[in-house]
Each structure stands twice: as structure tokens, then as C-alpha cells.
Design a binder for this molecule. Structure first.
Ligand SMILES: [Zn+2]
Length: 458
């Protein structure tokens, strides 16, 4: 069987593949710090030559920031685009690292062998799982099983300033049937995951003003309306006693979970008590009629992230402040429209301001949620492939945060994304002592080989 030969090739090549990854990890491609500009360039060059060595036409493409790496392989079957990023987070605080962040090594730990070093999990190790799967495939078959575009970015950890313009300018070249994004994690060490829904985000930063100047409560207390009292009343009214958000129309565009997804999530046996217990909490704060996984993956939220006003220094000052401010954010799901939610919030706020009060907003634009359509057979094929490789079946999961790239692929290139990754919760990405389990690297590579095989079958 041809797939088996590819898998055996991956097994026998593991040491060499690991050495190649260590090579890439030695390049300190920290994108946010200009001191590492040349290193980012070097990492891009390294990837170009790796792809070229596989017979893939690849090049480094300039942007106003760090370069993109784009490669193409022609072939039959579906056209896949693979995305990963070669830049890494800064290493500070350096003194908390047990080993130098850019002198990666294989380390024995009680949980097995790990690759230690900055970028090992986020995202160089993950990116290389795909490259190594392609290498094995080419070694065995002389070519890849389908048409593939490789797209590596060098600014993911610094806000991707060049990404949207680059995608817009090269939309025709980058368009494919579906994108594969390898920058997420396993659900658990034995359960692989395909992330199919990502929440969007909307923020509101505002100040309400009542009296024209700060007042003394000895003189005005009782007759003057205190903006902090107004603000806290308004913020407290955003949730009802069941944990639901009260803005009119807020849930209009929130879909119910598909039965199949609901069943899968139930099967994951998520331990919310230990999830909350880890941060010193006991009971879930979301809508009472929802499961804990729904609360973090598929339900929208509203949170007050900051609140300030009046006198907060030492001692006491019996001030009635002129103004009070807050930052409120919403995680959005389904088809919730950031503009519509913003309008509902502002209407609610302004309807509840006392006469004579004013409000001033300082806010960016919001981002809608991404929801992949798992009706595309590619999702079930990938899920089967992952389930064949790992001890337990793969699950479609949600992600409480936002991964903007998936939204851009949809918006600019019109394609859905499959977010598949092999990171683990304890990888310490963005922190000292980042690691990637050798097993993640090995089984991740094997997983991609299986996924390529499944996807290329008509
Ligand atoms: Zn990443």
C-alpha cells in the first residue's frame, strides 16, 4: 500500500527530520524586534531552499515587512493551500529559560521526549510537520498526490501587517479549494482536533460625562448624579440573572449547534471543574442552560475588561467625578454582525444615560466569527485520516479566541480553512521553555501524509 510506504519512510527519517527542524529553530526569527530583521530573512531563505530541494518551485516574496515564502506544486486532484508562520515570539524574560531559546535540543522528560526551544511548537515545528510529510511523499512516489500551494508568513507574531495587502495583490495566485492551517493544538494528547469555529471580537472603549467638572460630595452629594453610579448600573444590566446577555437582538444571528457537533462535544467529556479549578474558580458563569464547552466555543460573550473613574489614589477624596470610563468586549459567534451588535450596545447605553449626560467612544473595528462548513467532504476525509493515526477519534472543536488568518482566507480568497495542529496545552508557546513533543512532531507528520492521501482520493 502506497500510504504505508510513505508512513514507514516518515518513521525511518524521523531523526533526520528532527535535525532539520533544529536547524530552523536555531534561526532567531523574532518578527517584532527590528534587531532580528536579517534572521527573519534567513528563516525565509532556509524554507525556500528546503522547498526547492524537494523540487517545489518556491521563492521569497518581499513585503514592506518580513518576506512571505510562496511555493507551488502542480498536480491532479484538489488544490490545497498550506499556511504556517516562520516567525517567533520574543524570548523575554530570558532568565526564566532553563536552556538557551535558540540552542534547541531534544530533552527527555517524564512525559516523553520533547524538542525544546523558541518556535518549536509555535509555529516552526508545526509548519515542518507538513513539509516533512511532503518530503516523504515525494521520496516514495516522486511527486505529491495533489496540487499544493505553500504559504509561509513571517509576521504572524507581530500582527501580520503585510498579510492582507499581500493576499489582495496575489489573490489569484493564492486561491485554492481549501486552506490547511497548522497553528492550533490537539484537544487532548490522544485526541486530535479540527477547529471549525472561531469566535469574532468587538470592543467598545468609552467615557460617559455628567457634571461639567469634578464635584465635592459635601456640597453636591445627593443632588448630583455620579457618572460611576450610572456606568456601573449600565454595565451590570448587560447580563441577566441566568447569565444571558440582555441587548435586544443579541442572539438573533447565533446558530444552534448541529446535532453531530453537539454529540461529538459531549463525547469529549470536557472536565470543566478542573479547567476552572486551575484558575481558582468553581462554577461556570455563562448562560445556565448551556454546557461549559458551548460557553467557551460556540456562545457569544460580553465582558467588562476595564473600568475607571474618580479618585483611586491613597487615602480618600470625596469626589463626585465628572466622568467614568470602561472597556467592554464581545466575543461573537455564527453570523453575528459586529456593526449590528455595536449599534445595539450603543442604543442600550445611550437609552440609559440620564438627561444631560454625554458619551464619547474610542473604538476600532470588530471582526466577525468564522464558521467552517463541514458539509465540504474534505472535513470528514481529514477527520478520518486523523482518527486513523491517533489513539482516539478526531473531533471538530471550537476555539474561543480569534485566528484572523482563517477569516482572511474566506474574505479575500473565498475559501474555507481546516485548522489542524498538534500543539499541546503545556507547550508554553509565547513563554519561556517552549517545547514541542517529539510525538506531536512525528505523529503530526504522519497525520498530514494520511490527510494528503484521503484528500487526493476523488
Ligand atoms: Zn502561531
Amino acid at each position: 500500500m502506497s500510504l504505508d510506504t510513505v508512513l514507514s519512510r516518515i518513521d525511518s527519517d524521523l531523526d533526520a527530520a528532527t535535525e532539520r527542524l533544529l536547524d530552523l529553530l536555531r534561526i532567531p526569527s523574532v518578527s517584532t524586534d527590528p534587531a532580528y530583521k536579517e534572521d527573519c530573512d534567513k528563516a525565509a531563505d532556509w524554507l525556500v531552499s528546503e522547498l526547492q530541494a524537494l523540487g517545489i518551485s518556491a521563492e521569497k516574496r518581499p513585503t514592506p515587512g518580513h518576506p512571505m515564502v510562496v511555493g507551488h506544486v502542480d498536480g491532479d486532484g484538489p488544490h490545497l493551500l498550506f499556511y504556517g508562520h516562520y516567525d517567533v515570539q520574543p524570548v523575554d524574560p530570558l532568565e526564566l529559560w532553563d536552556t538557551p531559546p535558540f540552542e534547541p535540543a531534544i530533552e527527555d522528560t517524564p512525559k516523553g521526549k520533547v524538542i525544546r526551544g523558541r518556535g518549536s511548537s509555535d509555529d516552526k515545528g508545526q509548519l515542518m510537520t507538513f513539509v516533512e510529510a511532503c518530503r516523504a511523499w515525494i521520496a516514495v512516489h516522486g511527486k505529491l498526490p495533489c496540487k499544493i500551494t505553500f504559504f509561509f508568513e513571517g509576521e504572524e507574531e507581530s500582527g501580520s501587517p503585510s498579510l492582507v495587502p499581500f493576499m489582495e495583490e496575489n489573490a489569484k495566485e493564492l486561491g485554492a479549494d481549501i486552506a490547511l492551517i497548522c497553528d492550533t493544538g490537539l484537544f487532548e494528547s490522544s485526541v486530535p482536533a479540527i477547529t471549525t469555529q472561531l469566535r469574532g471580537l468587538l470592543g467598545e472603549d468609552f467615557t460617559i460625562t455628567g457634571p461639567s467638572r469634578d464635584l465635592h460630595s459635601g456640597m453636591y452629594g445627593g443632588i448630583a448624579m455620579n457618572p460611576i453610579r450610572v456606568l456601573t448600573r449600565i454595565l451590570a444590566g448587560l447580563h441577566d440573572e441566568t447569565g444571558a446577555i440582555t441587548l435586544p437582538g443579541f442572539y438573533d444571528d447565533v446558530p444552534e449547534l448541529a446535532d453531530e457537533i453537539r454529540a461529538q462535544w459531549q463525547g469529549l467529556n470536557f472536565d470543566h471543574e478542573s479547567f476552572l479549578g486551575d484558575v481558582g474558580l468553581k462554577s461556570p458563569a455563562g448562560e445556565q442552560d448551556r454546557t461549559p464547552l458551548e460557553m467557551i466555543w460556540s456562545r457569544p460573550t460580553c465582558d467588562v475588561n476595564g473600568i475607571w473613574g474618580g479618585y483611586t489614589g491613597d487615602g480618600f477624596k470625596t469626589v463626585l467625578p465628572s466622568e467614568a470610563s470602561a472597556k467592554v468586549s464581545f466575543r461573537l459567534v455564527g453570523q453575528q454582525d459586529p456593526d449590528k451588535i455595536r449599534k445595539a450596545f450603543r442604543n442600550y447605553l445611550e437609552d440609559n444615560l440620564p438627561e444631560g449626560f454625554t458619551v464619547e467612544y474610542r473604538t476600532d473595528k470588530g471582526a466577525p466569527a468564522s464558521q467552517m462548513s463541514i458539509d465540504d467532504p474534505a472535513f470528514e476525509k481529514a477527520r478520518k485520516a486523523l482518527s486513523d493515526e491517533w489513539p482516539r477519534p478526531a473531533a471538530y472543536v471550537g476555539c474561543g479566541g480569534s485566528i484572523p488568518i482563517a477569516g482572511y482566507f474566506k474574505e479575500i480568497l473565498g475559501m474555507d480553512s481546516m485548522l489542524i495542529g498538534f500543539g499541546r496545552d503545556d507547550d508554553q508557546i509565547h513563554s519561556p521553555n517552549e517545547k514541542y513533543d517529539l510525538e506531536s512532531f512525528h505523529k503530526g507528520t504522519r497525520s498530514w501524509a494520511r490527510i494528503l492521501d484521503e484528500l487526493s482520493k476523488g
